[in-house]
Write a protein that binds this ligand. Structure first.
Ligand code: ARG
Length: 276
């Protein structure tokens, strides 16, 4: 189970798999030190909109079945990455996963805090392209609602939070090193919104992926060391108290020249997240 966890996550994208096979092979002098890479533990009460996606059937019970992140955007609605519910990640078609759940209010996956709520419906962004990962959004409906106070709003198109240079925070239970050390505790790392040109340069579509500024957002650390990583997908990138991105893909983790690529919230289906 543990093996299928790592295997299916790294299989999600060819370039991710490559990067995991040779972690930090070209990372220069930066040594990611924490998850989310370069992060630190945070209390879920400070960011109650961060949720974990879980299937113990698919990923085993050790870490409560966590395999991706998600964001509570309405009491019974969770946004996550479309690739998180692909058969590549799940190992089987979504329809065969009987125990897809959202874990809310729990920082420590091995603990019993918060609530586990069954997912009753999954919608894929009609504009999602699984080949390029453009429009990497899915909307989950929960079988019972969470408090409205725990939700977060998205930054609407044109919001200043999308501007390059804005400080942002990425949250998740993913790999903290790029070498397969998955976090048990929710972590957060500070990153910066980077100019589209930084990701266009890093991902011109030759080896890895292709960066598309209309549906993707570039963020990271110009000096390396702070980034999302495997297992963080679908989780939130937040700036100015607004959701601006979902962890989507990248080459390696925390490398200065390979920033993180996020699904740009302003490109999500309009009715899926309240904006302001
Ligand atoms: N695709 C990965 C996942 O499924 C997320 C990778 C993010 N990588 C990065 N360097 N920011 O968890």
């Amino acid at each position: 189970m543990r093996r299928s966890f790592a295997g299916s996550l790294t299989g999600a994208l060819a370039l991710t798999a490559m990067a995991v096979a040779a972690p930090q092979a070209s990372g220069g002098t930066t040594t990611p030190d924490g998850v989310v890479v370069g992060g630190q533990p945070v209390q879920i009460s400070q960011s109650p909109w961060v949720v974990a996606l879980s299937s113990r059937d698919r990923f085993g019970g050790t870490r409560a079945g966590q395999f991706c992140g998600g964001v509570l955007v309405a009491p019974a609605k969770v946004l996550t990455a479309a690739h998180c519910v692909s058969s590549e990640v799940l190992g089987v078609p979504l329809a065969q996963v009987r125990d897809l759940e959202v874990i809310a209010g729990r920082s420590e996956l091995k603990g019993a805090g918060g609530r586990e709520i069954a997912v009753s419906d999954v919608k894929l962004n009609p504009a999602y392209d699984s080949k390029t990962n453009a429009g990497d959004f899915a909307l989950l409906t929960l079988s019972s609602p969470l408090p409205a106070a725990d939700t977060i709003k998205a930054a609407g198109p044109g919001h200043a939070a999308y501007t390059a240079g804005t400080g942002a925070v990425v949250y998740g239970w993913g790999d903290t090193t790029g070498a397969g050390s998955y976090a048990d505790e929710l972590r957060a790392a500070p990153v910066k919104v980077l100019p589209d040109s930084a990701c266009e340069r890093a991902y011109p579509g030759l080896v890895g992926g292709t960066y598309r500024a209309d549906t993707m957002l570039c963020a990271g650390d110009e000096n390396g060391g702070h980034d999302a990583c495997q297992g963080d997908s679908g989780g939130p990138l937040v700036a100015d108290g607004r959701l601006i991105g979902l962890v989507s893909w990248g080459s390696g983790c925390g490398q200065a020249r390979n920033p993180g690529v996020y699904a740009r919230l302003s490109a999500a289906p309009e009715t899926w997240a309240e904006r302001s």
